[in-house]
Design a protein around this ligand. Sequence first.
Ligand SMILES: Nc1nc2c(c(=O)[nH]1)N[C@H]1C(S)=C(S)[C@@H](COP(=O)(O)O)O[C@H]1N2
Ligand SMILES: [Mo]
Length: 273
Amino acid sequence: MENKTNPTTNDSSPDELTTEQQIRRRTIKAFALFGLASLVPYGVWKWIGSRPKVNGLPDVFRKVLNTNERVNNVFFSHQNLAPTFPVEQAARQVRVNGRVGLQLNANPADWQLRVEQPMPKGPAKQLTLSIDDIKALPKHDLVFDFKCVEGWSQIQHWAGIRFSDVVAKYQLGVRTGQTGAAAADWFRYVGMETPNGKYYVGLDMESALHPQTLLAYEMNGQPLTSLHGAPLRLIIPVKYGVKNLKCIGRIFFADEPPRDFWHRQGYDYDLTL
Ligand SMILES: Nc1nc2c(c(=O)[nH]1)N[C@H]1C(S)=C(S)[C@@H](COP(=O)(O)O)O[C@H]1N2
Ligand SMILES: [Mo]
């Protein structure tokens, strides 16, 4: 009587599955589906994570942002500033790391900065700047957490001029020679090297033009020591220490990534924090 009034209960027929078997099958199916479904986003996630980081964001996100930024015509609007600190927190004993290309007994009076950029028509543009030319631009102080890829960091106090101010003053970086040109007119990279060419870095233009990117001539209010890159070094807080070239002798603009000392040793080219 129970069997007749309840059609869902049927465990007598041999070709019907028992409730237990049905549950097991459904569970297996559910797991298989769940597994497949989760593989797709996991793969996408892995891929995004493996993308090079641009200003802390995987480049796929950056590309979207950049497109929007370009549309809004604020390609160099930099909202992502590195945190800064009160000057009292800056280290007194600033760590020295890396001496490649430094000529510790060079005469500072002999120093000059060579700047070069290819021009669409005619010969390359070339400038030679003295330390006084550099100091003629507005001075900026910066106290930030300097980070080396080797795993240490230190709050340090630097001062110098904005690289973007040099670019604006001498009309560099854009093919047309007119600062304020469309994003496509900008060279893609900046290369910097020691006077002897033994240490060299390549930087994407956006990071080079970041408002916290300085050509620094002071540390803790004093002229740079040779070990810290006298008379002029790069301070670029959006990048790891290796990109902060000490003793700049030459700066040039390019569309191909310039050679980069640590990239040649196997590090990421970008090294953006
Ligand atoms: N010319 C030159 N610049 C250089 C290096 C170097 O070996 N030679 N080392 C880099 C590395 S790895 C770091 S962490 C910083 C360290 O700067 P500091 O010695 O002023 O602390 O300089 C960078 N700039
Ligand atoms: Mo470093």
